[in-house]
Each structure stands twice: as structure tokens, then as C-alpha cells.
Design a protein around this ligand. Structure first.
Ligand code: F3S
Length: 294
């Protein structure tokens, strides 16, 4: 079996920063430390942090003065920041700079009376956060059909969720051009997302079967799965290699491996090692069978 690993896979810069911020905060500070939501969409990492006593904040009401709250890479709304300040907690902000850029643009153009349109998943926390920088007035669209149903607006400012599928974005933006005369578009799909999507596509085209490692709730991982399935129907989304039924892939010629932006390197390495071991065992068995024939 030939194993190919995507050039860009696993932890992106923003997630790496958020996770190391959590570990650093744990070492530097005492008292109660919470993350505002699970720090990343990866239950293995979240469980490990829980064992160290760092949990996702159950409710803002539970906070006491001098507690510490770490804001994850997805960012939060302006209102949440205000509430945390009112509670006099220590805020450690690990919002990804790419997301922070979107907050600034949305706030700026909202103040200039532009209708904000966010292209992305309305249920995703990053999108909730972005909407909170224009007083929750954004129109959120996630399909071409939703855009076609929009009314006309005098002025529009368009941004995308950072993990948006770039092919889908390219199809949706021209449709938005029809609903206003004055439009400003910020392509805010982040470079890390584009790189991961591109290299997933590249290996999917060469693979007979493909493993995508990443949290089941991870938006960027789900998009990688979507892209890979287009080119390789035997694509499997798993969180760790231990979940894989190796019977399904042990005889494939070329196996691709990629991982979402919230998958730690050790999970990728574990998958590569396990599949390489399986290849060696298969080769040894084949050799043994040949020897037996003689
Ligand atoms: Fe930031 Fe992009 Fe990662 S927005 S958190 S670098 S996927």
C-alpha cells in the first residue's frame, strides 16, 4: 500500500495558538480557568484538558470575579466581551487574527450603513460571533437558493466564514452582485483553509481510498470530507485511526490521509504509523504465502 499524506493538514496557525494559549494559561495562572466553548472541535484534546481541570464554561452566570475565561479561535460577539468585562473576569483572548479581521470589517461597514451579508453556516459559533459585531443584523446565507430569495439592498458588505468551501463561495458571490448596486466583498476564507482544501483535493484525485481525521463537529473537517468525496468515493471521516475498520482499506493500492485544522499532529502520526504497520504486515503475509507456495 502506498500512503500519501496531504501537504497541508492538521492544526492551523489559529488553532495551534489557541491550544498553546490554554496550556500556557494553565501554567501561569491559578484559580478557575474556563474556555468559552470547547477550545477546539476535537474531543480527544478537549477530554485531555478536562482532566487538567480546564472545562468549557457551562454558563456566564456561573462566573465569579477573577475567574479566567479563554476565548477560542472562533472569536465571540462584542456583547459577550462586554458581559465578561462586567463580570470582572480575566479575559485571555485567543481569537484567530483572521477572524478578528472579519469582526473589524463588519463593524466598520455596519457603522457606514451597509447591510452585512455573511456567507456561512448560521449555526456555527464563528458566524454567531461575527454577527455580533453588527448588532446581530447580518443576513446569513449558506446556499445559492438563499441568495436568490433575498430582497434588494442599497449597500452590501459581504464576508465569508473562514472555513467556507472556496468553490461554493466562488459560485455564490456573483449571485450577490445582482441584489445591490453598491457592494464590497471581502474574501475572508483563511489561507490555512484554502491550503487544506486544495491539498485534500490533490490527494483525493490520486487515492483509491482516503481517511479524513477530525472532530465530527468540526466545520472545516466536514468541508474536507465533502471535497474528498467528490474525487474519491471511499472517503472515511474518523476522529482517530482506532475508529477505522481497517478491513475496508487494507487492500487498497493508494491510501490518502488528511486532517482538519483542529487535529493534533500526534493523531495524524498515529494514523500513518498504524497504516504503515498494516502495510508491512500485509507484505510479510504475502511473502509468506509466496514462500508457502514453493
Ligand atoms: Fe484561524 Fe483559519 Fe485556523 S481562521 S483558526 S487559521 S482555520
Amino acid at each position: 500500500m502506498n500512503i500519501i499524506v496531504a501537504d497541508y493538514s492538521g492544526f492551523c496557525f489559529g488553532v495551534k495558538n489557541a491550544v498553546s494559549t490554554v496550556y500556557k494559561t494553565t501554567n501561569d495562572k491559578g484559580g478557575r480557568i474556563y474556555t468559552y466553548g470547547p477550545i477546539i472541535h476535537n474531543s480527544t484534546v478537549v477530554n485531555e484538558l478536562e482532566q487538567k481541570g480546564i472545562i468549557a464554561l457551562p454558563s456566564i452566570e456561573d462566573l465569579k470575579e477573577n475567574d479566567t475565561v479563554i476565548i477560542r479561535s472562533h472569536g465571540v460577539s462584542k456583547e459577550v466581551i462586554g458581559t465578561l468585562r462586567d463580570k470582572k473576569v480575566d479575559i485571555v483572548d485567543a481569537t484567530c487574527p483572521y477572524v478578528e479581521y472579519i469582526h473589524k470589517k463588519v463593524e466598520e461597514y455596519y457603522n457606514k450603513n451597509y447591510q452585512i451579508i455573511i456567507v456561512g453556516d448560521p449555526a456555527h459559533p464563528e458566524v454567531h460571533g461575527i454577527n455580533g459585531w453588527c448588532d446581530n443584523s447580518a443576513v446569513i446565507v449558506n446556499s445559492e437558493e438563499e441568495i436568490n430569495n433575498l430582497p434588494k439592498y442599497p449597500k452590501i458588505c459581504v464576508v465569508s466564514q473562514t472555513t467556507m468551501n472556496s468553490d461554493k463561495w466562488a459560485l455564490m458571490v456573483p449571485l450577490i452582485l445582482k441584489i445591490s448596486k453598491e457592494i464590497i466583498v471581502f474574501n475572508t476564507i483563511c489561507t490555512a483553509t484554502e491550503q487544506r482544501q486544495k491539498s485534500a483535493e490533490e490527494i483525493a484525485k490520486k487515492s483509491d481510498s482516503l481517511i479524513v481525521l477530525g472532530g465530527y463537529n468540526s466545520s472545516n473537517t466536514k468541508k474536507l470530507v465533502e471535497i474528498c468525496k467528490k474525487y474519491c468515493d471511499k472517503t472515511y471521516h474518523i476522529e482517530t485511526i482506532n475508529e477505522m475498520d481497517v478491513e475496508k482499506i487494507k487492500n487498497v493500492k493508494t491510501l490518502g490521509i488528511t486532517a482538519g485544522a483542529s487535529t493534533p499532529d500526534w493523531i495524524i502520526k498515529e494514523a500513518i504509523d498504524k497504516m504503515s504497520d498494516l502495510t508491512n504486515i500485509n507484505e510479510e503475509n504475502n511473502e509468506q504465502n509466496i514462500m508457502d507456495e514453493y
